[in-house]
Design a protein around this ligand. Structure first.
Ligand SMILES: [Mg+2]
Length: 266
């Protein structure tokens, strides 16, 4: 009997598996169901908190799978998995910034659940889960590019890294999605890894995977050309969000498992 390839899929959420505005994954359901049927690992990788991801995993029928939370600063679903630094230490570091720079960053910790709700479109309950942070601080940056450079430089001096996502600037003590992905890969030992993402904070993950998919997100500037694209190792979707996700994952599965033809998925 032929050994089945072990595939691990690492996927960003907002703007990738989830629609940028509605957070729906309906369009991706056919390919997602196919991954579950093929017993592939589906590792959610986003800026969301453990509290938020646990709820999503249940709805996506992915409970018990490992997940990268808070942009990789935290890991759930792996034995002995831990995060880096603490949220309280991160908030204290913000207080060390000059007032004019500090004023340009409004973190979730500076907002009420209602603020987070109106900013993200999340329900008030979901916004409260988004505020339940352990390792990282997303927020809005209102200053210019040069101020951001100074802001990031001062934070880096204190061991804090600033990463731009599709919507927020997220601060953490370092471990990125790519670092956390390497940890999950060491544990799961898949034969093949596939990563999907839409924003600059997904780039290292996309480049580190065996195969990568840049999911189109018309809500922000397209990513610059990545190294793997010229080699054909990284591709771009035409359709945005879960629609593009579905097409790309189905095409990938058709290549990887040619004898497991897809069930009808339109
Ligand atoms: Mg995203």
């Amino acid at each position: 009997m032929k050994k089945t390839l072990k595939l691990a899929v690492f996927t960003d959420l907002d703007g990738t598996l989830l629609d940028h505005r509605t957070y729906s994954w309906d369009a991706a359901k056919p390919a997602l169901d196919r991954l579950v049927r093929l017993r592939c690992s589906v590792v959610l990788a986003s800026s969301k908190t453990a509290a938020e991801v646990l709820v999503l995993q249940e709805r996506l029928a992915l409970s018990g799978q490992p997940a990268l939370v808070e942009n990789g600063a935290g890991l759930i679903g792996l034995d002995g998995a831990q995060g880096t630094g603490t949220y309280a230490a991160l908030r204290r570091t913000l207080d060390l910034l000059p007032a004019h720079l500090r004023a340009q960053f409004t973190g979730f910790g500076d907002m009420t659940a209602k603020d987070v709700s109106s900013l993200t479109g999340l329900s008030p309950e979901a916004a409260a889960l988004a505020k339940a942070r352990d390792y990282s601080e997303p927020g809005l940056w209102t200053g210019d590019g040069q101020e951001l450079e100074t802001f990031a430089k001062i934070l880096a001096h204190h061991g804090v890294f600033a990463q731009r996502g599709g919507r927020f600037l997220t601060l953490s003590f370092g471990r990125t999605k790519a670092d956390a992905m390497a940890e999950v890969t060491r544990t799961l030992k898949p034969d093949v890894t596939l990563a999907l993402g839409d924003a600059p904070n997904d780039v290292a993950m996309l480049e580190q995977a065996n195969f990568g998919v840049i999911v189109a997100n018309p809500h922000h500037a397209p990513l610059p050309q990545l190294r793997g694209e010229t080699e054909g190792r990284i591709i771009r979707t035409q359709e945005p969000g879960p629609l593009g996700w579905n097409v790309a994952v189905n095409a990938f599965l058709d290549t990887l498992f040619p004898d497991q033809g897809h069930m009808s998925h339109g």
